[in-house]
Design a protein around this ligand. Structure first.
Ligand code: HEM
Length: 534
C-alpha cells in the first residue's frame, strides 16, 4: 500500500521542521537468504539502554529506526517475517509442527476422548525431553528473536492449555529457559502477544517478483495470509488478519498525525486550516478501521472463534482455577525470575489504537487506581519494546493536539477556530464509533457463544466434539451461571443461562469495561464556544 500523500509541502512556513527520513523504511534489515531468514541489525531491539535522548529532534511524530515503525507499514513488520528458524533451532519448529498436525485439544474440553488425552500427554512428554537450546546466536537478530518468541509461545500455549484441569501448570526447562531468555532480550513477557499473532505472523498471499530496485514486497491489506496458527482454521486466520488489516490501514492515520504535529509547531493561520483538513481525513480513516473491524464477521464464525480458537489464548490470569504458571529452572539462572503478570494476547495490545488515543487526547488513566494501572497502560507492557518507546515519546508531546484545538477554538472563534473544533470532535466521535462497533463484535464473538454454551449445558444437552472444545470453566459444567474471562485479563463476566443476563463479578464485566473505554473516548470531545478552561 502506498503511503498516502496528504496536503502539500509547506512553502509559506519554511520553519516547519523537515523529517529527514520521511519515506524511508525505519529499520534497515540486511537481507536475506533463500530460506527466508532475515538478518536484522536493528541496534535498538533487545537493548535496554535506548533512551528518548537518542532522538535528536524538534518534536514531531518520530520517524526513526529506534521506534521500528515503518512509514509504509506502521507497526507491522515491513518485510515478510521468517517462516522458520535456522537449522540450529529446528527442534522447536518441529515440536510446533507436531502440535499443530496432531490437532491437540484443549485439556478441559468437555467430552475430550482418551485418545485425544493420550496424544497431548505424549506430545507434552516430548517437550519435556527436548534439549535446552542456547539462544546466544539468535541475539544479534531481532527478526530471529521474534520468530523464536512466536514459536516458543505457541508451544507454551499448546503445552499449558492441553494440560487437564486437575494438573498443575509446570513449564519444563527446555521450554521455560529459552523462552524466558528470548523474552528478556526482547523485553516482552514470556507468553503469546498481539505481536506474535499479528505483527510478525503474516506472509504474502501472492508473492510478487522483487522490484527492480530490490525493495522487498511489503504487506498489503488484500494480500495477506497468516503463518502460524493453533487450529489452521480460516476462522483463526481471519481473526488475526482483521487486526493486521487495521494496522495497515492505520498507517495513513500515522502520516496524518505526523503532518498535524508539524503544523501545531508552526501555529499560524495556514497551519490551522491544514490541521482542520487533516482531522477530517483522520475521521475517514478511523471510519474505515471500523469497517475493517466489522468485516471480521465475513470470515470468522463467532462460535468457532469462541469454542475452538479463543481457549488457546488464555493467559495465567484467565485461569479460573487460579493455577500459577511455574517456569521451571528459573532458580538455576540468576538473571531470570518468575514473571509477575501474564495476560493472554489481546488486540488491546495494538499500538495503533493506543496512538489514536494519545494523539486525540483520550485519557484512560482516569480508570487507574494508585495500585492498579489502567488496562490500556498494562497492555503496553505486552507491545514490542520499540513500539512502547514510540508511545512514550508521543505522550511527551509538548503541544498536545487537544490543548491546541481548545486554545485555537477560543482565540479564533468563527475565523477558523470553530471549524477546527468541529473536525476535532468528529475525529473523536469516529474513534468512539470504532469502539461502539468493537462492543458489537465482542458481544457477537464472546457473549453470544458463551450464552449458547451455558444454555446447552443447563439443558443437559450432551456436549459433543461438534461443540469444538468448550471450556467447562467458561460454562460452569451445567451450573446456572458461567464465568468468561477476557484473554487480556481486562474483565470477567458472569453469563447466566436463559433468560440470558450478563452480570459483573468483582465489580467489572466485559460490557461495562468496554463501555467505560468508549465513554472515556467520548469525554475527549471539546465543548465548542465555551471559554478557555484554566
Ligand atoms: C473478533 C474480534 C474481536 C474480539 C472478540 C475482541 C474482544 C475484545 C475483548 C474481550 C476485549 C477486552 C479486553 C481483553 O480481555 O482483551 C477487547 C479489548 C480491546 N480490543 Fe478487541 N476484540 C476483537 C477485535 C479487535 C480488533 C480488530 C481491534 C483493533 C485492532 C481490537 C482492539 C481492542 C482494544 C483497543 C481493546 C482495549 C479496550 C478498548 O480500547 O476499548 N479488538 N477486545
Amino acid at each position: 500500500m502506498a503511503t498516502p500523500q496528504i496536503g502539500s509541502s509547506h512553502p509559506e512556513t519554511s520553519t516547519t521542521p523537515t523529517t529527514q527520513l520521511d519515506r524511508q523504511p525505519l529499520h534497515d534489515p540486511i537481507m536475506t537468504d533463500t530460506q527466508n531468514v532475515y538478518h536484522d541489525a536493528d541496534p535498538a531491539v533487545g537493548r535496554t539502554d535506548t533512551t528518548l535522548e537518542d532522538i535528536n529532534t524538534p518534536y514531531r511524530i518520530p520517524v526513526h529506526h529506534v521506534f521500528d515503525v515503518d512509514t509504509r507499514t506502521g507497526f507491522m513488520a515491513s518485510i515478510e517475517p521468517p517462516s522458520r528458524l535456522p537449522q540450529q533451532w529446528q527442534l522447536w519448529e518441529a515440536t510446533l509442527d507436531n502440535a499443530i498436525q496432531s490437532k491437540l485439544q484443549i485439556g478441559d474440553k468437555i467430552g475430550i476422548t482418551e485418545d485425544e488425552e493420550r496424544v497431548s500427554r505424549e506430545w507434552r512428554k516430548r517437550v519435556r525431553e527436548l534439549q535446552v537450546l542456547s539462544i546466544e546466536e539468535l541475539k544479534p537478530s531481532a527478526v530471529l528473536l521474534r520468530r523464536a518468541h512466536l514459536v516458543l509461545t505457541y508451544i507454551l500455549h499448546f503445552y499449558i492449555q492441553s494440560i487437564p484441569p486437575t494438573e498443575a501448570i509446570l513449564i519444563p526447562q527446555p521450554l521455560s529457559l529459552p523462552l524466558l531468555r528470548v523474552s528478556q532480550h526482547l523485553d516482552i513477557p514470556p507468553l503469546l502477544t498481539f505481536s506474535d499473532t499479528v505483527l510478525y505472523n503474516w506472509t504474502h498471499r501472492t508473492k510478487r517478483p522483487t522490484s527492480p530496485d530490490g525493495t522487498p514486497q511489503i504487506p498489503e491489506i488484500d494480500n495477506l495470509r497468516t503463518q502460524t496458527m493453533f487450529t489452521n482454521l480460516t476462522d483463526e486466520e481471519e481473526f488475526y488478519l482483521c487486526s493486521a488489516r487495521i494496522e495497515l490501514r492505520g498507517v495513513e492515520a500515522l502520516e496524518i498525525m505526523r503532518l498535524t504535529m508539524d503544523e501545531t509547531f508552526v501555529d499560524d493561520e495556514i497551519s490551522v486550516r491544514r490541521i482542520t483538513s487533516y482531522l477530517s481525513r483522520l475521521s475517514e480513516v478511523i471510519g474505515s478501521l471500523k469497517d475493517l473491524l466489522l468485516d471480521v464477521r465475513k470470515g470468522c464464525d463467532p462460535d468457532v472463534y469462541y469454542n475452538d480458537v479463543r481457549p488457546w489464548f488464555r493467559g495465567e490470569d484467565s485461569d479460573l482455577l487460579k493455577r500459577k504458571w511455574v517456569f521451571e529452572g528459573v532458580d538455576e539462572d540468576p538473571t531470570l525470575s518468575q514473571p509477575e503478570e501474564l495476560s493472554g494476547p489481546s488486540a488491546g495490545q495494538s499500538s495503533m489504537v493506543h496512538v489514536l488515543d494519545i494523539f486525540l487526547g483520550v485519557d484512560h488513566q482516569s480508570s487507574a487506581t494508585s495500585t492498579q494501572p489502567s488496562f490500556m497502560s498494562r497492555m503496553q507492557k505486552y507491545m514490542p519494546h520499540n513500539h512502547r518507546l514510540f508511545l512514550n515519546h508521543l505522550k511527551t508531546n509538548p503541544r498536545p493536539l487537544r490543548e491546541f484545538v481548545k486554545r485555537v477554538e477560543c482565540s479564533l472563534g468563527d475565523a477558523g477556530g470553530r471549524e477546527l473544533g468541529e473536525r476535532y470532535n468528529e475525529a473523536v466521535m469516529a474513534l468512539k464509533e470504532f469502539r461502539d462497533a468493537h462492543m458489537i463484535i465482542a458481544a457477537l464473538y464472546i457473549l453470544g457463544p458463551a450464552r449458547r454454551v451455558a444454555a446447552k449445558s443447563k439443558a443437559g444437552a450432551p456436549v459433543t466434539s461438534s461443540d469444538g472444545g468448550v471450556n467447562p470453566r467458561d460454562v460452569g459444567s451445567g451450573a446456572a451461571a458461567s464465568v468468561v474471562m477476557g484473554t487480556g485479563g481486562g474483565y470477567d463476566v458472569r453469563v447466566a443461562s436463559p433468560p440470558a443476563k450478563v452480570k459483573g463479578t468483582g465489580g467489572t464485566d466485559l460490557v461495562k469495561f468496554l463501555k467505560d473505554t468508549r465513554n472515556r473516548t467520548q469525554e475527549a470531545m471539546i465543548q465548542l464556544g465555551s471559554k478557555m478552561e484554566t
